[in-house]
Design a protein around this ligand. Structure first.
Ligand SMILES: [Zn+2]
Length: 252
């Protein structure tokens, strides 16, 4: 079955989603930046010029492994200002997904986001493909520091680069930077869940970023749902297409 035209009316979208959850037991949600925009976290890939006004390099450069190594002070300035959003709170999509997991209706969340909002909403089984700003790891002793610690700037060298208070080692966010591979164990977990799902709901992602976007090929279940404001390259494969605000679609 292929979707004809997208559902644009939020009430109709909610009705369709709630029916899917009522009738299927192995639902996996695969989400991208659009899930967090309603929580006030901008998609850094969207070209709003915001980053270019404030920083000398494009975000893809500032979030690369080589930039982290060569320009640590600028890297951490960008990281603190643009990647960590201390005031962001889960929106209705995060909250409903956590509720559905508790009710046994959702198997897991696979996310491209690094904001930790699914866990903040109460989700337990979350595959964070790109890591999390809530884990910042000492590369020497393995001590882990949260986002608030990075923002508090209590332990830094003279350049403003965070330093491990235990051993003096360098801190690296547990975030997958450009030029770095995704975690094999996270990929394996996400693939296993997607492969065993009977419904896959893809939300808030343009499905253009690989390898994450390639994970959807492991889905062989009954219903593929795509919720996105703009068309995606995989729309033709969807059984249900929803084109409305994702937080509104999860209001049921
Ligand atoms: Zn250390």
């Amino acid at each position: 079955m292929a979707a004809s035209s997208p559902i644009t009316e939020p009430h109709e979208a909610s009705r369709v989603l709630s029916e899917l959850f009522a009738n299927h037991k192995r639902v996996v949600f695969f989400g991208g930046a659009g899930v967090s925009t309603a929580s006030g976290i901008p998609d850094f890939r969207s070209e709003d010029g915001l980053y270019r006004q404030q920083f000398d390099y494009p975000p893809e450069v500032m979030l690369s492994h080589s930039f982290y190594r060569s320009h640590p002070a600028e890297f951490f300035e960008f990281y603190r200002k643009k990647m960590i959003a201390p005031s962001a709170r889960p929106n209705q999509a995060h909250i409903k997904l956590a509720e559905l997991e508790r009710a046994g209706s959702l198997l897991s969340v696979v996310t491209q986001n690094i904001d930790g909002l699914h866990q903040m909403a109460g989700s337990q089984r979350v595959w964070e493909l790109h890591g999390s700003v809530h884990r910042n790891i000492c590369q020497s002793c393995g001590a882990v520091y949260d986002a608030a610690w990075i923002c508090a700037r209590e332990h830094e060298d003279e350049r403003g680069v965070p330093v491990c208070p235990v051993c003096g080692g360098a801190i690296k966010p547990d975030v997958v930077l450009y030029e770095e591979p995704l975690s094999e164990s996270v990929i394996a977990g996400a693939v296993e869940d997607i492969a065993s799902a009977d419904v896959l709901i893809i939300g808030g992602t343009s499905l253009v970023v690989f390898p994450a976007a390639g994970l959807t090929q492991y889905f062989t279940g009954e219903r593929l749902v795509i919720i996105n404001r703009d068309p995606t390259p995989q729309d033709a494969h969807a059984d249900v297409l929803i084109s409305c605000d994702i937080a509104e679609a999860f209001r049921f």
